[in-house]
Each structure stands twice: as C-alpha cells, then as structure tokens.
Ligand binder design. Structure first.
Ligand code: XIL
Length: 525
C-alpha cells in the first residue's frame, strides 16, 4: 500500500520490556515458564475511526503461538483481560490464527485461516480494517475476513505481540498505511512535532532565556501534552527518567531508552534538554543501598555512573544538575544525611563535580536545591556553599533554584532578584529549575479563582526576577498540565500548580508569565 510508514525505524521500541531491537528487526522471546505479551504504549500507534492497514513480516516461529497484536484498549484491572480490547493475528500450527478479546471475559474468540499455497519461511501479513470488517492477506492474497467486534472504538490501536512459552517471534518489518481518503494518522510520540504559535512563551522570552518544563512519561500518551509542551517551551528536563535508579537499574547496567525518547522529542521540536540529576539523597536504587559496598566501591560506582550517563548524552545535554539537594532543611544547613555522604564523606559534592567535568568538559554543571530562592538562611547557605566550591577550584557553573512554592510566604520579587544577582556576581548562571505553586484543590482537583489569581502573581514575581538578571538563563516549571502532576501525590489536598489546567487550557498564571516575559526588562536595559 502506498505511503506505508516504517514503524521499526520510526518507533521507539527500546523502552518496551521483552522486545529487543537488533539490525532493524524486533525479537520477542518467551521463557518456557510463560507467555510474553508486550504492548508498546509509548511508541507508535494508529489513530483513526476509519480504515487502516498494518503490514508485518513475521518469521516462521519454531513453535505455535506467535502473534502480532493490535490493542484498542489497554487492560484496566488486576486480571489481564479486564478492559483489554485486543486483536491478535499470528502463526499457529501452520495456519493463520486470529484471536480477539473484547474486555469483559477471559475467553477469546478464535478462528483459523488457511495459509495460501507456497507460504513458507517469513510471511508478509496484512491486517486491514475496511469499514466494519477486518480483512487478512498473506503474501498479497486475501485469506479471509470477519466482522470487527468494536475493538478499535477508542480510535486508537497500539502495537504489541503475544508469544507462547518457549517460542520466539521475529518481526522483520512492521508498517502502517492508510487507504486513500481515510483520515488515519499515525502517532509516533517521541517524534510528535507541535504546531508553533508566535504568541507562545518560548517565542516571548528575551534571548538568552530558555523557557522549559519537566515532562514525565505521560508526554508519550497524550497528544495534547506533546503539542502544548512543544508549542510553548524550548527547554525540557525529564522529571524522573535521568535519575539514578532509572538510568542504572542494576549494577553496571545502564538504561537510557527513556532519556533517549525525551531527547528525540526535544530534537523534533527544536528544544534543548537539561539533565536531572546525577547525585541525590533520594532516587537511589535498592541494589545500591542494600548492597553492602565498601566506601571505595561506592565511590567507584558513582564515578562510573556519572561517566556513563553524561558520556551517553554528551553533546546533547548542555546543562546537568550534578548534585541535587545536598543541604539540610534547617539551620545550620549542613550536608544532609545521604548514602553518598555516609560512603564518600564530606567531599562527595566536590568529587561529583570533578567527575562530571571530566565526563563532559563542555557541559554546564549545576547545584540544584529548594527553599533558597529568595533571601534567608537556606539561600545564604547555598550561596556560601557554592562560593566555597568556586574558591576550591571546583568546576561549577550554575545554581538551580527549584521554586516549589505555595501561597504561604512566597519569596518576593526583590529578594529572588537579589539572590540571583549575588550568584551572578560569583560568575554563576541561575536556572529557575522546577517552579510550581501548589494550591488547595477540591475533589476534582480544581482551585478557587482567588487562589489562581494569587498564584499568577507569585509566578509573575519569579519570572520578572529572572528576566531582570542576565545570568538567569532558564525558567522551568515542574510539569505542564495540572492533569499530570506530582503535587497531589506529594501534598495530598493540593494541586493545580502549573501554567495549564487539566484540559491544557492556559491559566491566569500562564498569562502573567507571558506578560512578564513580554515586558522584557532585560532587552530595555
Ligand atoms: C519528583 C518527581 O516529580 C516525582 O514524580 C517523583 O516521584 C519524586 O521526585 N525536587 C526535585 C525533583 O529535584 O527531582 C522532584 O521530582 C521534586 C522535588
């Protein structure tokens, strides 16, 4: 079919458990003890209420039970079949077997179709939705059709596979196409390109100031998310995907697929990406903390981690939070207890920055912390801490001010500005790195109009303070839409912290940030 799009090349398969990608083919192997049924929920999917066609080249499996699946709705319950709407088409006992599940029963409907004469070795399978029917073709010949039982009423189809115990399926090609006139679209999340608007935040900012946000995995599930992020922001920081436990899930085993997916999205949308975070008291894996490592072993693990993670993203990520939240919450704001402090001692922050600089000498290295945005004990402690690092010749280039605020005692514009300025006088850049302003919300996650107005003023103060200081080179929020937020989990009863509401509509805070960027005190000076 003309216009078919190669989904192995375009799609992100590296993050799908049980699927391996080798020399342009996908391979799924099930152990003798059970089935493997991966679904690529953050990779490419078909979006249409109309006709579509999926073409797959499937190797001849050693045994029966090797299926391509098209999933119209993911399972929702504790049992795999609850809510699952899935069509499986594959090779079974020398025939083509179709099985489908409609979400309300563990029993599938199953039927077999005869392979055309001469079909051996790898076959080209086409699964086409034509009107209310599914038609099947093998090596170009139609082998049957049946009524489509409403599996794709959602207008979506995810790609997946189902492989029986002890079997291996090799998918040599996978493509999707639409017949002329069908309104099908193929959604490849990490390559979604947002439609740009000249009124966006990214286009309103003065030059030298990046506007960013911290997406999580939902970026790849929601086209509203992908569109809003790429339209409004020119900087992103993965909210969780570059933390220690994610990037090194087992000793010396590194996993960059999620970070790579974000990087692909950023590239597709002309955005820069920031790294967060290499050394943190939280987010360390159990294998590390319960591993009984000696102090030199722990130092070796951290050194290798920094080398590997920064090495992988070298040339792609210009800025890294090397150390996150090293200082305590209360006076005298000394080093906070952590695995790294215990194992490596008081010098661990210096060591981490030295290793980071060696791993990527071009990268700008940040110390990132919270509660030190305006003036006060914690911000004095951060200031003195980084000044001490500079005096010891440690390669540090910037400070991240997280800016997780609420309506109680937010720092004033003048104190934030004074703090940014004094860090600038040390020669340091500042990123407002994680801003949100949490509000009390009702059971629907909705805040009052008065609180939304107060929130807008707090955002405006932070942005204006940043705009007023040329060493403030980025302003980022810790999420995009209030629909996807860490706040209600961390602070029950609170939410609504970002610039876009649960429907991705701009909030009063969006307009106040936009106005502060457009007033542009930086350019007029
Ligand atoms: C948070 C994430 O948003 C959550 O999803 C996760 O469960 C915990 O971490 N300061 C930081 C961020 O530097 O890494 C934190 O992110 C929020 C506070």
């Amino acid at each position: 079919m003309p216009g078919a799009q190669d989904l192995i090349q375009a799609g992100e398969w590296g993050c799908v458990p049980d699927v391996t990608l080798a020399s342009h083919a996908l391979s799924i192997s099930a152990p003798s003890s059970g089935y493997r049924a991966p679904v690529n929920i953050s990779g490419p999917r078909i979006q249409t209420q109309g006709d579509f066609s999926v073409l797959a080249t499937l190797s001849d499996p050693a045994r029966s039970g090797a299926f391509l699946t098209l999933v119209g709705a993911l399972g929702t319950g504790s049992l795999y079949w609850i809510g699952l709407k899935q069509l499986a088409v594959g090779r079974d006992h020398g025939a083509i077997r179709v099985e489908y599940w409609t979400g309300s029963s563990p029993k599938s409907t199953s039927r077999a179709f005869t392979l055309p004469a001469g079909a051996s070795g790898a076959i080209n399978l086409e699964v086409a939705r034509v009107g209310n029917n599914i038609a099947l073709f093998v090596n170009g010949s139609q082998i049957g059709s049946f009524a489509e039982p409403g599996l794709f009423a959602s207008g979506q189809a995810y790609f997946g596979f189902n492989v029986a115990p002890g079997n291996t399926l090799n998918v040599l090609a996978l493509a999707a196409a639409k017949p002329a006139g069908s309104n099908v679209s193929l959604f490849v999340p990490d390559l979604q390109v947002a439609t740009r608007s000249s009124a966006s935040l990214r286009d309103s900012a003065p030059s030298g100031l990046l506007i960013g946000a911290a997406p999580d995995r939902e970026l790849f599930l929601s086209s509203d998310y992908a569109q809003t992020l790429g339209r409004e922001f020119n900087f992103l920081v993965p909210g969780n995907d570059l933390k220690f436990a994610q990037t090194e899930p087992a000793p010396h085993v590194f996993d960059f697929c999620r970070g790579d997916q974000m990087a692909a999205y950023a590239r597709a949308n002309g955005m820069k990406m920031r790294g967060h975070t290499l050394v943190w008291w939280k987010g360390v894996p159990d294998w590390l903390t319960s591993g009984n490592y000696s102090a030199p072993e722990a130092a070796g693990i951290l050194h290798e981690h920094i080398d590997s993670v920064m090495g992988h993203f070298k040339g792609q990520l210009a800025d890294w939070d090397v150390v996150n939240e090293a200082l305590s919450d209360t006076a005298p704001y000394g080093l906070r207890p952590s695995y790294w402090l215990t194992q490596l001692g008081d010098n661990y922050v210096d060591m981490a920055f030295r290793w980071a600089h060696a791993a990527d000498p071009q990268a700008k290295l940040f110390y990132n912390d919270y509660d030190g945005e305006g003036l006060g004990g914690k911000s004095d402690a951060i200031y003195n801490f980084v000044r001490g690092m500079l005096s010891r010749g440690i390669p540090i280039h910037g400070v991240g001010l997280q800016m997780h605020l609420d309506l109680d005692h937010p720092p004033s514009e003048s104190t934030i500005s004074a703090n940014i300025a004094r860090l600038g006088a040390l020669g340091l850049e500042v990123h407002v790195s994680e801003m949100d302003v949490r509000l009390p919300v009702d059971s629907h996650g909705v805040a009052s109009a008065a609180d939304l107005a107060s929130q807008a003023a707090i955002y405006k103060n932070a942005v204006s303070a940043c705009v007023a200081n040329s060493n403030c080179t980025a302003f980022l929020t810790w999420g995009v839409s209030d629909l996807y937020s860490w706040i209600p989990i961390r602070y029950p009863g609170f939410g609504a912290g970002f610039l876009f509401d649960r429907h991705f509509h701009p909030k009063p805070a969006y307009y106040s940030v936009s106005a502060a960027l457009n007033s542009d005190s930086r350019r007029s000076r």
